[in-house]
Design a protein around this ligand. Sequence first.
Ligand code: GDP
Ligand code: GDP
Length: 454
Amino acid sequence: SDLPTRYEFAAEPTHDREDTGPLPVVAIVGRPNVGKSTLVNRIIGRREAVVEDTPGVTRDRVSYDANWAGRGFTLVDTGGWDPDAVGFAALVAAQAEVAINLADAVLFVVDATVGITDSDEAVVRVLRKSGKPVVLAANKVDDQRVEAEAMNLWSLGIGEPFPISAMHGRGTGDMLDAVLAALPDAPAERDAVLGGPRRVAIVGKPNVGKSSLLNKVAKEDRVVVSDISGTTVDPVDELIVLGGKDWRFIDTAGIRRKVKNVQGHEYYASLRTNGAIERAEVVVVVIDASEPMTEQDLRIMNTVEETGKALVIAYNKWDLVDEDRRYYLEREIDRDLVQFRWAPRVNISAMTGRHMEKLVPAIEAALDGWQTRVPTGQLNAFLGRLVAAHPHPVRSGKQPKILFGTQATTMPPTFAIFTSGAFEPSYQRFIERRLREDFGFVGSPVHVQIRPRV
Ligand code: GDP
Ligand code: GDP
């Protein structure tokens, strides 16, 4: 009988699932002592940020999930970095790098009682170059008398200074309103979740059974619309109800209309496949179980991974596999697909209808993994544990460290990890593997970007 598909073994993820897409990121920059940490505590509503010594992590947490006026965002406190470790100039540059690479908006804090210093101007130059929206906070304006000083900061040339007192809370509400206004509108990918049926592509080599699968799927349930985006002459997609939900099957015209024995047809077929993958959110790669696996099968799955789409692997024509060979075939497939172990797999027959009912749950599991968001606090706690147990190896007397990490996007989960130096590829893969072990991401590629800050 059948062994359970991989994803049924996946551990229950320990995080909250969200399908609201990534949170926007706000980075706080400014020279030391202007009051950044005080402001962070004010915004997240805590008297003091938790500071813990974890080996390999400069500070326990330097980014926080925050909320203002009902809108969530991730607050990155660059003030937590240790200036002694890298020297002052490097620190300013490092902060600016955070702003450039990571943030959707920058909260630039200046001490109004001190006025503009050379380092403030250095930060302004980098911020200008970055093109990111900047909100200027003139801090330590504890009362009316200091407000005039704040107005001097207009001369920085980056817009209106918001006079605030991080210590007492004065003016921080208006400043946060400005920060929210500076953030880009909800990311476009969020629409993918909220609006319209999910987009599924069925791809695979010729003759693996794509059109049989499509017919089976469309027959068991109801085809609602046959021409959504295409012209009336050449309907491209089909809207199909499966498991009580609408799904948009991508480029079904390309599956139904077979072009064979035409010169260059392989080339056009692969163009078409890549186009369908691009447009899809989740891709079902169909493989012929009665034939040995080929390079072309692997290439298609690689494309799905590289394009960052959710992946389901459907072994079709399972009816052609002898009962007593099935177990061994499973083992072979495990071996062949070791790099896609994270993808849900179903063994089906489009002809007999065998296990077709497993297809939709597999697609849903993959979409779920694709949309997983790990809260910043949990991610950094995880990174702290990981580094404490398995620090990056020392290379030529240096040990690169993790400063902090944040999940930059979902769909697919993409992590930006800021470090004090270059990481070895093997250690980066180690992080990826451990992320999967802890958080699941079933059916989804996981991208990890190491960002050395020097
Ligand atoms: P950071 O190095 O930028 O993170 O600055 P801190 O938050 O550690 O603050 C530096 C110093 O400025 C501390 O002594 C704070 O108490 C003080 N400070 C921060 N905000 C204010 C404020 O709004 N008013 C006044 N008077 N002092 C502040
Ligand atoms: P496509 O080129 O990928 O769209 O493949 P088709 O759906 O046209 O199928 C190619 C051939 O495989 C046809 O002769 C189908 O009848 C046959 N086929 C498709 N699915 C199955 C299956 O599950 N079992 C068996 N035995 N044959 C199948």
